[in-house]
Design a protein around this ligand. Structure first.
Ligand SMILES: Nc1nc2c(ncn2[C@@H]2O[C@H](COP(=O)(O)OP(=O)(O)OP(=O)(O)O)[C@@H](O)[C@H]2O)c(=O)[nH]1
Length: 324
């Protein structure tokens, strides 16, 4: 289930922490805890989260920096509730305001969790991986190193020296090769996670899969389709606001989305020849929203130029970035 309204992320964090502190001494027979999923952009953090909770709550794409917000995915099974925090990819380039805010959102998730899933990819190791490694090691939290996308490693023998190389990088609970898209070794991740959950009352009702509202997820769905259908021509700084999200008397959800771009030329690209591109984006987004809401949706999209917003921290805050 998906809640209708967003609570502030800080509110949720605070109450989970204080409740688990208060309840620890009563030792209930349920267990819960928070797990941060961290890694550089594009290693597959959101794909892994969706695979673990078996539902799509975090958008994914081939383009780095798809995830811009901190999102919680909730997985409840038997007496265990694991609250996963999907974070924007951590990376070194902090020049633009949006990058600084995304890095802050990711870094603040690393403290105060029971376990960190540190994701890397195949047999690569980059400067950004090194930067993430330093941050997670400083946190003092147990770290499970997850090597994602092993399905892409043709010669599996190449993995062995890489595993050896990674084991020299720090003290990890385990180093686990997985494939998020093929569902390989996901059960082993879940087993590690269970072992780190503390006795506490469930924070979320058992049928919740995310802390985010339907309105927020609707904006994310539109952003995902923009990324999918615009490929490399997509303006990096594009953003989406939901102006209306309303249940209509005729039994349909009315959703009005505003797509903000930085330049007139970008607006023309999003709209496409005779409006074709925007129509495709709208059609595909509507289908996903109908699956999410299990109901008919009427979706209207507009594109508007809002110049220079990606460099302006204040404007970003007004759009909800950095307030988490
Ligand atoms: N082959 C393969 N591709 C994967 C796997 N996991 C993720 N991908 C692909 O990698 C790309 C990036 O995945 P995301 O889940 O968006 O990555 P992310 O780490 O959340 O990215 P950011 O939002 O940039 O931080 C997508 O095209 C995924 O389909 C995997 O196990 N195997």
């Amino acid at each position: 289930m998906i809640p209708e309204n967003d609570k502030s992320q800080d509110e949720i964090f605070e109450s989970i922490l204080s409740e688990s502190l208060e309840l620890n001494h009563e030792a209930p027979d349920t267990h819960c805890g928070m797990i941060a999923i961290v890694g550089r952009p594009n290693v597959g953090k959101s794909t892994l989260l969706n695979e673990i909770i078996e539902q799509k709550v975090s958008i994914t794409s081939r383009k780095p920096q798809t995830t811009r917000h901190r999102i919680m995915g909730i997985h409840t099974e038997d007496k265990y509730q694991a609250i996963y925090i999907d974070t924007p990819g951590l990376h070194i380039d902090e020049k633009r305001a949006i990058n600084r805010l995304m890095n802050r959102a990711a870094s603040s998730s690393i403290g105060d969790v029971e376990l960190i899933l540190f994701l890397v990819e195949g047999t690569h190791w980059t400067e950004d991986d090194e930067m993430v490694l330093n941050k997670v090691m400083l946190s003092g939290t147990p770290v499970l190193l997850v090597i994602n996308k092993v399905d892409l490693v043709k010669d599996k023998e190449e993995l062995l020296p890489h595993l050896e190389f990674l084991s020299q990088k720090g003290k990890f609970l385990d180093i686990l090769p997985v494939s998020a898209t093929k569902g390989k070794n996901i059960d082993v991740i879940k087993k590690h996670v269970r072992e780190h959950l503390e006795p506490c009352e469930f924070y979320f009702p058992e049928d919740y899969v995310t802390d985010r509202s339907m309105r927020f997820l609707a904006a994310e769905i539109i952003r995902e389709k923009l990324m999918r259908f615009m490929g490399d021509e997509l303006p990096y700084s594009i953003t989406v606001e939901i102006e209306q999200f309303k249940w209509q008397d005729n039994g349909v959800w009315q959703v009005n989305g505003l797509i903000l771009v930085e330049r007139e030329t970008q607006k023309r690209m999003v709209i496409g020849n005779k409006g074709e591109k925007l129509k495709t984006i709208g059609r595909e987004a509507r289908k996903d929203m109908e699956t999410m809401l299990d109901n008919k949706v009427f979706l209207e999209l507009w594109v508007k130029v809002k110049s220079g917003w990606a460099d302006d921290e204040r404007a970003l805050r007004s759009l909800g970035y950095g307030s988490e």
